[in-house]
Write a protein that binds this ligand. Structure first.
Ligand code: ADP
Length: 367
């Protein structure tokens, strides 16, 4: 009987619970024994109460809960070989040799490394540590890893959206609407800083959805000494057309073409120079909070179902799959390749149809 463990790791994102629920219930539907790893890789290392069976009813109500109810953590020990060996021991003791990981690129890189190392870890556990006999480890020669991307940043290459991105976007848009209302009342300018790490997807989409005057994203760095004048010109022009407020969205990873960070305070200074009463709002963790929007619940559920199918169809020679979505179809792609492509910003832009969105940003829609 197949035993599958499911875990969430790295930064939390809305929809992770829906993914866990779908994995657990699909596994049970297919006759598997399901386990939950609590607190990310920390739970794999510590075992005990952090790595235990999870039942159908344990995930009841998960669809409408934000964050991740089985917990997440950063775990430095999992980056060490001894830590991963401890994790392997805990899994074999429970008879688990398949792991569904919902997390960002760091978590998924760690998971794939774990899979590649697995045969040698098992060998060491038998020969050096004598934790198991060769007969005991016979059914656990390989580890199956399946990845789900849980991230508000939408920063994974090859998939149109990650679990949590649309929820964060929705929250940002709601907040910017609130800010716009007060900004218009006082004829103010607001600089709004949004999350996204090195990816500008949240900033760009939120800017388009709220009709922001100007958007700073890391994928299209403006010229170091030119953006100030351009920003002033754009905001003034919009004022002349009758706009009573200005909104500038700054991605947290915004940079200029010489890779210097562009901060919300830098942007504010420029707006103050043209006499605008300017405030800065850094949205922060509210962007991660709250329940998942319908898109993320739907995405997490379909992908969770496919993750279990991928486990059951996996062979030792297939590369670890990552479950993605492409033009509304749930797809599988090799995990390592997607992570590698993600490191290349250019690819990421292409895969996310950034060009179209950027063209929209640069066109004359705002007044
Ligand atoms: P995210 O998954 O959101 O990108 P992190 O990069 O912080 O978040 O990764 C989460 C956890 O995944 C880390 O705390 C660590 O336990 C594990 N991890 C990340 N990168 C690696 C790696 N290269 N090797 C092994 N484990 C890793």
């Amino acid at each position: 009987k197949q035993k599958i463990a499911v875990m969430t790791s790295g930064g939390d994102s809305p929809g992770m619970n829906a993914a866990v629920r779908a994995v657990v219930r699909t596994g049970i539907y297919y006759g598997c024994d399901m386990y939950a790893v609590y607190e990310g890789y920390k739970g794999l290392l510590e075992g005990g109460d952090l790595l235990k069976p999870i039942s159908w009813k344990d995930v009841r109500g998960f669809l409408s809960e934000g964050g991740t109810l089985i917990g997440t953590a950063r775990c430095m020990e999992f980056k060490e070989r001894w830590g991963r060996k401890q994790a392997a021991k805990n899994l074999i003791e429970r008879g688990i040799n398949a792991l569904v990981v919902c997390g960002g690129d760091g978590s998924l890189t760690g998971a794939d490394l774990f899979r590649h190392e697995w045969p040698s870890l098992v060998k060491e556990l038998v020969e050096q540590d004598q934790s198991f006999t060769p007969e005991q480890v016979e059914p656990y020669k390989n580890l199956t890893i399946v990845g789900l991307v849980g991230s508000i940043d939408n920063d994974m290459s090859g998939t149109d959206s990650t679990i949590g991105a649309y929820s964060a976007l929705e929250r940002i848009v709601e907040m910017v609407d609130y800010i716009d209302a007060t900004a218009k009342s006082h004829s103010r300018a607001f600089v709004v800083e949004v999350m996204g790490r090195h990816c500008g997807w949240l900033a760009l989409m939120a800017g388009i959805a709220t009709g922001a005057d100007y958007i700073f994203i890391p994928e299209r760095p403006p010229k170091k000494d030119q953006w100030q004048a351009e920003l002033k010109e754009v905001c003034q022009r919009h004022r002349e057309k009758g706009r009573r407020n200005n909104t500038v969205i700054v991605a947290e990873g915004a940079i200029d073409d010489e890779l210097n960070p562009i901060t919300s305070e830098d942007v504010k200074k420029v707006l103050v120079e043209i006499g605008l009463d300017t405030r800065v709002t850094i949205l922060g963790h509210v962007q991660r909070g709250g329940t998942a929007v319908a898109h993320d619940r739907w995405l997490a559920t379909l992908q969770g179902v496919d993750a279990v199918k991928a486990v059951l169809e996996n062979t030792p020679s297939t590369p670890s799959p990552l479950i993605g979505i492409n033009e509304n179809k749930i797809i599988r792609m090799p995990l390592v390749e997607s992570v590698k492509l993600t490191k290349s910003v250019a690819e990421n832009i292409e895969n996310k149809h950034f060009d179209k969105a950027i063209a929209l940003r640069d066109s004359e829609f705002i007044d």
